[in-house]
Design a protein around this ligand. Structure first.
Ligand code: FE2
Length: 278
């Protein structure tokens, strides 16, 4: 699937962009399925978890930690007015859907099991690829929140490090609507933090290496067309700015680890992985 040059680029840069790998139809099916999930979602079922009025970190944590084997909608931070009402329509208020779309939803399941995905993972050194998590990210117009510098291996810690992030652009991603930005020199960045979930379900972000995040001049914006795939390794620092534009920036993501690597018992996500085949 991938050329030697693409494999070398990934090794040197920590990421790879495959422009318009998927066609309009494949992308449109995912988008309409995601909107259907939001349409069927009753915001009252979790309003209290998110609205500023009754904000409770404990409730938010529980809603998040128990979502690893479910399909749940998460609101944008700025979705609610002070009175607890949504500021905009429901379908423009959701930050993301997670985290078991690849298991429970037939459309996302079929897409996630396309052989091309496993092939790319194998070509990038993940010999026995397993999907750990799926997310549909909306990055809504005007209120799409910022995601600060982080590394995905912080949340998917394996020994040796194996997690790959597959980031599928469902809509065009531009600087204006908050595209992904990666560290130009981050292919081998030390893993700075590990997010741990303990037996009592308390969580902690622990510093592993006391090093600063890259300076802003090292940020490389990845402006890509809908249908493109960005794959990156678990230590590549990345972020995205808030979306203040009038256009959403939908993306679907998969986190894939190797069955040959040891998955940390401290990872927050405990659901069984799904093996995929090329
Ligand atoms: Fe990330």
């Amino acid at each position: 699937m991938l050329s030697k040059q693409q494999q070398r680029n990934f090794e040197q840069q920590g990421f790879l962009v495959l422009s318009e790998l998927f066609n309009d139809e494949q992308i449109a099916i995912l988008k309409s399925e995601a909107l259907g999930i939001v349409d069927a979602f009753d915001p009252e079922s979790s309003r209290s978890v998110f609205s500023t009025q009754t904000e409770s970190d404990k409730n938010r944590d529980d809603y998040f930690l128990s979502s690893d084997d479910k399909i749940r909608c998460f609101f944008e931070e700025d979705a609610f007015a002070k009175n607890g009402e949504l500021n905009q329509e429901k379908h423009l208020s959701i930050n993301k859907i997670g985290h078991a779309l690849h298991v429970l939803n037939p459309v996302f399941k079929a897409f996630s099991q396309l052989p091309v995905i496993a092939k790319i993972a194998i070509d990038l050194g993940v010999n026995s690829p397993e999907i750990r998590q799926s997310m549909y990210i909306f990055k809504q117009p005007k209120i799409g929140g910022v995601v600060r510098w982080h590394q995905d291996a912080t949340y998917f810690y394996t020994s040796p490090q194996s997690v790959l992030t597959f980031w599928f652009a469902i809509e065009d991603a531009t600087l204006e609507n908050g595209c992904l930005q990666v560290d130009k020199q981050g292919a081998k960045f030390p893993l700075k933090e590990q997010f741990k979930r303990f037996e009592d379900d308390s969580t902690q972000l622990q510093t592993l290496v006391d090093i600063d995040w890259p300076t802003q001049d090292r940020a490389l914006p990845l402006e890509v067309k809908a249908g493109s795939l960005v794959v990156f390794n678990g230590v590549l620092p990345h972020f995205s700015e808030a979306n203040r534009s009038a256009k959403s920036r939908h993306a679907f993501t998969l986190h894939i680890t190797s069955a040959d690597a040891q998955y940390s018992e401290y990872n927050w996500l405990r659901a069984a992985p799904t093996a995929i085949k090329a």
